[in-house]
Design a protein around this ligand. Sequence first.
Ligand code: UP5
Ligand code: MG
Length: 192
Amino acid sequence: LAEKKPTVVFVLGGPGSGKGTQCANIVEHFGYTHLSAGDLLRAEIKSGSENGTMIQTMIKEGKIVPSEVTIKLLEKAILGIDNDKFLIDGFPRNEENRAAFEAVVRTKIEPEFVLFFDCPEEEMERRLLSRNQGREDDNIETIRKRFKVFLDSSLPVVEYYAAKGKVKKIDAAKPVQEVFDAVKTIFTPKDD
Ligand code: UP5
Ligand code: MG
């Protein structure tokens, strides 16, 4: 991984803030590969791997899967894809995730920046309850747990990067197209 030196953008935001939706738009316009840590974990459950049951239990409880499991999946995906620009969606989710990811590469992968989707809980809750894609964590009990984990564990990671001047914050409560208009200005190279 250290040899490949990929460009990485971390895409963070609460459950239902629109990370996956906007990553799909960014891929279409800016040539990044989208890696959703949650999607990789859900694929791992489906594949029937030995960790599957543990991952399933953690997701159902809204808890954060041990770093080594998630990082292995991310690393495998980055190395297996012939691109050097990645959106890492929904990771790192706590300080331990962040430190462990940095430790994996000898020359640390510093994210180019962190895209942070800021959205009120009421709006995120509405979106998640009406998503209807059969996700086992889209029920009100698990959603409340996910919100708490986000506030307690994930927001501090955003603050860590904010202190380094790396966070680009987006108002994610607006309609999809308006959010993407704001996202576009961040990814479009400015010649001035
Ligand atoms: N929607 C999107 N944008 C909209 C807008 N602007 N206006 C109106 N509606 C909008 O969007 C959610 C829903 O809202 C969709 O129906 C969409 O159409 C609509 P989506 O783009 O899917 O939002 P996203 O932020 O991706 O929501 P998601 O539920 O995926 O976020 P989470 O962070 O909760 O989920 P994730 O898959 O990342 O993680 C799930 C679980 O996996 C975690 O809780 C955790 O248990 C585990 N996990 C780890 O342990 N470690 C990791 O590193 C990653 C995950
Ligand atoms: Mg998602």
